[in-house]
Design a protein around this ligand. Structure first.
Ligand SMILES: *Cc1c(COP(=O)(O)O)cnc(C)c1O
Length: 360
């Protein structure tokens, strides 16, 4: 079963070190480590274990939260989108989960239920992203309804950046406006506040408040302008060369013959494809590391294989030589850019058939 050479090596010390870097960057804040989507594709239990020094975890579903409880994690766990239905309330109480509250319908569920124990709620305010959250002007009435309820709530206030990782004057102005809006609408309260994601932690120290919420930087990924070398890559996706052949100029490679050799060429086949989570849209020219050297992908990505041009390598590789698709020497964000996506999507998209192997 492990004979197929496509494997994802996960560097556990990198997770720990990346958390320490966040703690050093935001020394006065608590850290809510975001481990939704199965720990950004790295395995939620494994990630939680390495990040157990965090003050809380953030997940997207009650199933992820319950899994963490079943594995014995006693940390605070925040459901980042809160309740999807009123029926979840008993499970939230039983598992002592924290809840985001972003809308009137969620607020009504909480106020209309009889809840015997205190619940920590993170009231989400929409500071400009216009995805989830109350309008800033609604905040005082939301807070007073929570405070006046027969149920007991421990209140926090949060918001989310839309563009903290973008380096343009307009994105930076917009982010600053989000901080100002957040500051204005929360200044009258003494509750703990949270605004910063990974990019916010690095680029906008004024957004740290009492809780920071890093995600992508914990995995050593994310394009954050000015912080290109933040974090150590946790995942290294590798496979091996399974075939090498020489083709004459004018011959094409792969499905639909999209790439044609301009010279006599040496083509290597690597056992990785979109069935493993390598992006099918990766165009010819996307880099792959063979024995530490960059070579270009050529032709279409198949389900189980890709083809690369080995012609320019000074030392010709052998069958079984290692190919690195992304990792410490080739960032997942660079591969993502070639395919018009972001490192987040590639990390989350590694499929079940790729064994994950823990390394120190
Ligand atoms: C996913 C998420 C984060 C983490 O964002 P990164 O860009 O990965 O650091 C923080 N807060 C919320 C509400 C999120 O959904």
């Amino acid at each position: 079963m492990m004979y197929r050479p496509a494997k994802a090596y996960l560097c556990l010390s990198a997770l720990k070190n990346n958390l320490k870097s966040v703690q050093a960057m935001a020394p006065d804040s608590k850290v809510l480590a975001v481990i939704k989507a199965n720990g950004y594709g790295h395995g939620i239990e494994r990630v939680a274990h390495q990040l157990s020094g965090a003050d809380a975890f953030g997940v997207a579903s009650i199933d992820e939260a319950m899994l963490l409880r079943q594995k014995g994690f006693l940390h605070r766990i925040l459901l980042l989108e809160g309740l999807f239905s009123e029926a979840e309330i008993p499970v939230v109480i039983q598992n002592r989960l924290d809840l985001v509250v972003h809308s009137q319908h969620q607020l009504n569920w909480l106020l209309n239920s009889k809840i015997s124990s205190q619940i920590s709620v993170w009231v989400k305010v929409d500071t400009g992203m216009h995805r989830l959250g109350f309008e800033p002007k609604e905040l005082p009435s939301v807070i007073s309804r929570l405070q006046n309820s027969a149920n007991e709530f421990c209140i926090h206030i949060m918001s989310h950046f839309s563009s903290a990782d973008e380096k343009s004057a307009s994105a930076e102005l917009f982010t600053q406006q989000q901080i100002d809006t957040f500051e204005d609408c929360t200044a009258a309260f003494t509750f703990n506040r949270s605004l910063a994601n990974s990019a916010g932690i690095m680029r906008y120290p004024l957004s740290h408040y009492e809780w920071v919420r890093p995600g992508i930087t914990l995995y050593g990924a994310g394009d954050i302008p000015g912080f290109e070398n933040h974090g150590e890559a946790v995942m290294q996706l590798e496979s091996e060369i399974i075939s090498i052949k020489n083709i004459p100029a004018g011959e094409s490679v792969g499905y639909a013959n999209t790439w044609t050799a301009q010279r006599p060429s040496t083509i290597g086949v690597i056992a990785i494809g979109y069935g493993d989570g390598y992006p099918r849209h990766a165009p010819s020219g996307t880099p792959v590391l063979i024995n530490g050297q960059r070579v270009p992908l050529v032709g279409r990505v198949s389900m189980d294989m890709i083809t690369v041009d080995l012609t320019d390598l000074a030392v010709q590789p052998q069958i079984g030589d290692c190919a690195v698709l992304w990792g410490k020497e080739l960032s997942v964000d660079e591969i993502a850019r070639f395919s018009g996506t972001i490192g987040y999507e590639l990390l989350c998209g590694i499929t079940k058939r790729v064994p994950m192997i823990e390394v120190q």
